[in-house]
Design a protein around this ligand. Structure first.
Ligand code: DP6
Length: 428
């Protein structure tokens, strides 16, 4: 933490996004955010997608305040936000009571746990991209609070606090492959995230986030999952017998670098989550026609044969969809280029959009200093000819952007100079 000259404390962090391969859908307690089933996700690299959060504590501040992407939000009216802050403060209070912290500028009469906070948070991806930001957002909030208050809790304990903000946020407290153990206790003490395998375990695991155009307002995950729990009969079967088996199998696949099993389970679980949404009454549809065509394209890709030997090339990509039409495709690094070529051919950029704006190519897979990349230079006829038999080309702009990323690490502390607060603790 940084101690400023104006008798203030400050902490800044960045936190990653995570995308589940075994989906969390359904709560058994909506105040404590306890799930009906365990889930498992991959943490995506913060170098590409992250939330950055700065928290400043000052004895001059009069209220807790929060700015999200430059816009002030009300802290008091958000129960989830207040719960996270209150929980972190309670742990700080405990340290102060037991004299486990050395007060430097805060005093015994007015300890740090009683100071008001200014919280400033920004995503480096546009909200309009339609990516869920609650997971990285609450993970960043809780990590920054923990650093500011010098809490002596490990990441698993911190994951229980971020879970109070948004269920999926507990998985963003770790890098790599992360399980959220649903637990059974009504208190939530056994409902936490832990790391199944670190980022370094499978460095060739990459991902493509396909941002799909969408103009309709979807059902929020919070209300969607509550309707599912109350009305879907398929859902009970999923929770009771399907998820536990899949979780076991996918963990084994991850530990043994078995991509095809990993991919098969990932796709099946995404499909089942959306089937359960359809079985909800009234039904919920998150995937649109573009999403469905992406599913079709990935299956075509996975059924390709070697041109000479006619042997199957095998399952080399997996799609997964959350509570919206965007797709995330997991694939090993060596297959990413071919996938981008296919996707950009069948879902071309909007008419006025440059190829670089559509696919910024953060990992330089099209080795070229040429800024004039377009579909004709990127795609070869040979590659797409097989697919043309069973795929139609979508309208330009059906996919707005392709973000190339890979598995990444957990929350990072960053230096004061990269923080988001100015001298008086307001957004820079
Ligand atoms: C479909 O974590 O956003 O992305 O706990 O109500 O905040 P709340 O829900 P949230 O739900 C995420 C659902 C999902 C699947 C997943 O991430 O596991």
């Amino acid at each position: 933490i940084y101690t400023g000259k104006n008798e203030e404390y400050e902490a800044s962090v960045t936190s990653p996004v995570n995308i589940a391969v075994i989906k969390y859908w359904g709560k058994r307690d909506s105040d404590l955010i306890l799930p009906t089933n365990s889930s498992l996700s991959c943490t995506l690299s913060q170098d590409d997608l992250h939330t950055k959060t700065t928290i400043r504590a000052s004895r001059l501040f009069e209220a807790d305040r929060l700015w999200l992407n430059g816009v002030e939000e009300q802290v008091a009216t958000s129960k989830r936000l207040s719960n996270c802050i209150a929980q972190a403060r309670a742990f700080r209070k405990e340290l102060e009571t037991n004299s486990q912290v050395v007060e430097t500028i805060a005093t015994k009469e007015r300890p740090l746990s009683e100071w008001k906070l200014h919280i400033i948070s920004e995503n480096n991806f546009p909200t309009a991209a339609g990516l869920a930001s609650s997971a990285s957002g609450y993970a960043a909030l809780v990590q920054a609070l923990a650093n500011l208050f010098e809490l002596t809790l490990d990441q698993t304990e911190l994951s229980k606090i971020s879970r109070l903000g948004s269920g999926s946020a507990c998985r963003s407290m770790f890098g790599g492959f992360v399980e959220w153990r649903g637990g059974e206790s009504p208190s939530g003490e056994d409902s936490y995230a832990y790391c199944v395998a670190p980022q370094s375990h499978w460095p060739s695991m990459h991902a493509l986030v396909l941002v799909v155009s969408d103009d309709k307002k979807g059902t929020s995950s919070t209300s969607g999952m509550s309707t599912t729990v109350n009305t879907s009969t398929l859902f009970a079967e999923r929770v009771k017998s399907i998820v536990p088996k899949r979780l076991q199998k996918i963990k084994e696949a991850i530990l043994s670098h078995d991509f095809s099993t990993f991919a098969e389970i990932t796709m099946q679980d995404s499909n089942q989550f959306h089937a359960v949404c359809m079985d909800t009454y009234p039904p919920i549809f998150y995937m649109n026609n573009t999403s469905k065509a992406i599913v079709h394209l990935v299956h075509l890709f996975n059924s390709q044969l070697h041109p000479e030997t006619n042997a199957p090339k095998g399952i080399r990509a997996a799609y997964t969809f959350d509570a919206g039409p965007n797709a995330v495709i997991y694939a090993e690094e060596q297959h990413i280029k071919e996938l981008v070529q296919l996707i950009s051919y069948f879902f071309p950029p909007a008419k006025a959009q440059s190829f670089r704006a559509y696919f910024p190519d953060a990992y330089k897979i099209f080795e070229s200093s040429d800024d004039h990349l377009d579909i004709s230079t990127v795609c070869d006829e040979q590659l797409i000819s097989d697919y043309k038999k069973s795929m139609v080309r979508f309208d330009p702009g059906s996919i707005r952007r392709i973000i190339h990323t890979r598995i990444g690490d957990g929350p990072r502390a960053i230096s004061h100079t990269c923080g988001l607060a100015n001298e008086i603790g307001m957004p820079k």
